[in-house]
Unconditional design. Structure first.
Length: 183
């Protein structure tokens, strides 16, 4: 689905599919270079990171392993509930492995802090973070994010894996929604 297909729902297009894909290719090249000597395990955070995992892994020119975790922090609203629920764990043991966590978006950083402390306790050989989008408040988190697709304003965005009430994940472009969608 493209932004033009749902023009009435959209307030503003922040990034087109083409811009997102170009940035993913740049990130993939950096990941390839940084992990040239190590086998990387990509850990995708469901559900939002679905698209970035698929595109990033395919844009890489080296092998990577993949696994998934699922957490939920928002319910169906647009503000963090402050509670991170753990819905699905990894299927592999990450002890001694080089883990790259792939996130869709970091807002308050609450979800990421929770995930990182949980994963660190399993003693990976290394642990880095990649996020496609990052909001200004994320700067206050103590977790260092090695790869950032785009820094964005403090607005609720949808598309490229990010939903509102279960919709818009399959939108290729990244947009803000018109006020009527929320009412
Ligand atoms: P944090 O814990 O950093 O506040 O929030 C992280 C999670 O909240 C993300 O993984 C995502 O599921 C959700 N989230 C944060 N900001 C947005 C946004 O602008 N749009 C959507 N759709 N989800 C968001």
């Amino acid at each position: 689905m493209r932004a033009a297909d749902i023009a009435d729902d959209i307030q503003r297009v922040l990034f087109t599919d083409e811009q997102v894909q170009a940035r993913v290719a740049e990130l993939a090249a950096r990941v390839d270079a940084d992990y040239a000597e190590r086998d990387v395990l990509l850990v995708g955070v469901l559900n939002g990171a679905l698209m970035v995992m698929a595109d990033l892994s395919r844009a890489m020119s080296r092998h990577c392993a993949m696994d998934w975790m699922a957490v939920s922090s928002y319910g169906s609203g647009t503000r963090s509930s402050g509670v991170v629920r753990f819905l699905k764990d990894l299927t592999v043991d990450i002890e001694g492995r080089h883990v790259l966590v792939v996130e869709d978006i970091i807002d308050t950083g609450l979800t990421l802090s929770y995930l990182v402390s949980n994963l660190r306790s399993r003693q990976p050989a290394s642990l880095n973070i990649l996020t496609m989008f990052r909001k200004p408040d994320a700067a206050t988190t103590e977790v260092e994010v090695k790869y950032v697709g785009f820094d964005i304003p403090n607005e609720f965005v949808v598309g490229y894996g990010l939903d509102f009430a279960g919709h818009y994940r399959n939108l290729r472009d990244v947009v803000t929604l018109a006020p009527h969608v929320y009412s």
